[in-house]
Design a protein around this ligand. Structure first.
Ligand SMILES: [Zn+2]
Length: 249
């Protein structure tokens, strides 16, 4: 019976690895999709910001053009100063100069504000870009880890399937099919160790003392009364497996 229990434990261990492989594959698939979406969102955001920066830059150029124009107006007005012949003309010219000066100072102020805005936007853009690079690297690392895990799991899959068949032959057919039914019904786990304080590690329920003793004796297949999983006294198996191997050799 100990051997049967050990076989069941081994069968469960193979089941765990196969399940882990499936789950890791699903996780990788979901993650790859999520990461691609995140990258697209980030890229769109960066492109939008780059476009905004370009816009501000264009405004700056416009303002600079306006300032040049105002300066040109001032210069032209001044050059007419020598040709003035009346007070009226002088007043008009002074007014013109005044307007040009005011225009110039207003545009300069606006330009300064725009340039500050541009600088802040550029700094922010660079920061976001660096964040994006770090994020991309992090995503690639996590994806890479999953790819590696899948590869290493897949490397052992043929041997595991073969061992599964061996164990199937070694076990009573009824017990084997019950194992498989429980695997399907109980999230892939049909065999669980009994904890040291006498609970089922599958559902955390307390095992009645009489049954706990039977589990420790390892003379029968014991099922948890709550989750119907097979309960195994693993401490008892650890010692015996060495003995069994020694006896076989
Ligand atoms: Zn249970």
């Amino acid at each position: 019976m100990k051997e049967t229990l050990a076989h069941l434990m081994e069968l469960q261990a193979i089941e765990d690895e196969l399940r882990d492989l499936r789950q890791t594959k699903n996780r990788l698939e979901a993650l790859t999709k999520d990461n691609a979406e995140t990258r697209t969102i980030f890229e769109e955001m960066l492109a939008e910001r780059a476009a905004q920066i370009e816009e501000v830059r264009a405004f700056c150029a416009e303002k600079e053009e306006g300032i040049k124009e105002a300066e040109e107006n001032t210069r032209r007005a001044r050059s007419r100063l020598s040709t003035i012949t009346s007070q009226r003309e002088l007043t008009a010219l002074n007014k013109e100069l005044d307007v040009a000066r005011r225009q110039n100072s207003q545009r300069s102020e606006e330009l300064l504000k725009l340039m500050e805005q541009l600088e802040a936007a550029q700094a922010d853009y660079e920061k976001k870009q660096a964040e994006f690079e770090a994020l991309k690297q992090q995503m690639a690392e996590v994806e890479g880890e999953l790819v590696e895990r899948i590869a290493s799991r897949e490397a052992g899959i043929t041997a595991q399937r073969a061992r599964q068949q061996e164990l199937r032959k070694a076990l009573d057919p009824g017990l084997f099919s019950r194992f498989n039914r429980t695997v399907k019904a109980r999230k892939g786990v049909a065999v669980v160790p009994m904890s040291q304080d006498g609970t089922c590690t599958g559902c955390r329920m307390q095992i009645p003392p009489q049954q706990a003793i039977r589990i420790q004796r390892m003379a029968s297949i014991e099922y948890c009364q709550h989750c119907r999983r097979i309960l195994v006294y693993t401490e008892g198996l650890e010692g015996s497996s060495v003995e069994a191997e020694a006896a076989e050799g």
